[in-house]
Design a protein around this ligand. Structure first.
Ligand code: TPP
Ligand code: MG
Length: 369
């Protein structure tokens, strides 16, 4: 009977599984390499490029918040704090890879080739913001929490069937990890060994709900086990750890070894969106201070400065360039034609259904006045 008990000791089994999920870190808060064995193979130029993208994106976030407050942008979900999680995972990709973003993932879209003006139009709900340029493999950001995971599994399977050596990557949050779609997507991709990378950016809150209330699971990474795929938890404020994990996942995927789940431990400094939530009602100042000390840009700057390849002048150049390009981007967005109801109908159908064709004529008549 003793043996049987050991065999059915699920509690012990769960503990043993959970203990195996440790946070991978390469660069600590001081910008020191603490795990040299995992150090990714990036040249000085590449390290600087990644830093530039993070600095640029921090400026884009500050400007987007201010443009939103002036009524010049629509929906906006702040990104400051999540630069390593977003941009280092993106840096591990290639142009041919497909991105299925969530609403907070505008930075990855931009660095994959979506022009700023188009991201601004997406924010305003303008249809041109959803029409990605040819060759830019990006889906419009998903608002339905977790739905992009299923779509990602489908895109990845399509790539596998066509023999394309590329991956599909998707992003959701800690809240999203509780959605059925997330499990279904991972399970399906696992069953078909599709080249997918599933990222959960665990920024500790789903609007105001803390991650502790989201699930009894100790980590989100361990949810991969049920789908039969590898799960990795990384320090999401460490660009090198995020890059290394994503690059490894990409190599596995294109070698036919199937999908990976990556949980990045991160934090959003700002509110959930600009629609009016107040983080002071659900987060303590202590928690915010604790996470701000982990800042990805501060730690990467220290690392690059110690290597002698980054300085204030270099950083200021990036900041100025970002400001210029954002100004230009918003100008182009402002010049887009006002959206008409007929535009929305036109882009939906190759051949308009007869009942809508009637309405189309009515709107056309109205809009011509
Ligand atoms: C299916 C669905 N349910 C609820 C919502 C409303 N909603 C929008 S954002 C959000 C929280 C998501 O939190 P998380 O997944 O942690 O992502 P984060 O915003 O923190 O990046 C919720 C519940 C939604 N958009 N879709
Ligand atoms: Mg969250």
């Amino acid at each position: 009977m003793k043996g049987t008990k050991a065999l059915i000791d699920g509690v012990q089994q769960l503990k043993a599984v959970e203990e195996q999920f440790q946070t991978v870190q390469i660069l600590n808060e001081e910008g020191e390499v603490v795990n040299p064995d995992l150090m990714p193979d990036l040249t000085d130029e590449q390290l600087k490029e990644l830093m530039s993208r993070m600095v640029y994106t921090r400026v884009l976030d500050q400007r987007s918040i201010s443009l939103n407050r002036q009524g010049r942008l629509g929906f906006y979900a702040p990104t400051a704090g999540q630069e390593a999680s977003q941009l280092a995972s993106h840096y591990a990709l290639e142009k041919e890879d497909f991105i299925l973003p969530g609403y907070r993932d505008v930075p990855q879209m931009i660095w994959h080739g979506v022009p700023l003006w188009q991201a601004f139009l997406w924010s305003r709900g303008h249809f041109q913001g959803g029409q990605m340029p040819e060759g830019v493999n990006v889906f419009p950001p998903q608002i339905i929490i977790g739905a992009q995971y299923i779509q990602c599994a489908g895109v990845a399977l399509g790539m596998k069937k066509r023999g394309v050596k590329a991956v599909a990557i998707t992003y959701t949050g800690d809240g999203g990890a509780s959605q059925g779609d997330v499990y279904e997507g991972m399970n399906f991709a696992g069953a078909y060994q599709a080249p997918a990378i599933f990222v959960v950016q665990n920024n500790r809150f789903a609007i105001s709900t803390p991650v502790e209330k989201q699930s009894a699971a100790k980590t989100i990474a361990q949810k991969a086990v049920a789908a039969g795929i590898p799960g990795i938890q990384v320090d999401g404020m460490d660009p090198l750890a995020v890059y290394a994990a994503t690059r490894t996942a990409r190599e596995r995927a294109i070698n036919g070894e199937g999908p990976t789940l990556i949980e990045t431990l991160t934090f959003r400094y700002g509110p959930h969106t600009m629609a009016g939530d107040d983080p002071t009602r659900y987060r303590t100042k202590d928690l915010e201070n604790e996470w701000e000390k982990k800042d990805p840009i501060v730690r990467f700057r220290k690392f690059l400065e110690a290597k002698g390849i980054w300085n204030e002048e270099e950083e200021n150049k990036v900041i100025e360039q970002a400001k210029e390009e954002i100004k230009e981007g918003i100008k182009i967005a402002d010049g887009a034609p006002k959206q008409q109801v007929t535009d929305l109908m036109n882009i939906m159908f190759e051949k308009m259904p007869f009942n809508l064709a009637e309405q189309f004529e009515i709107y056309k008549e109205k809009e011509s006045k």
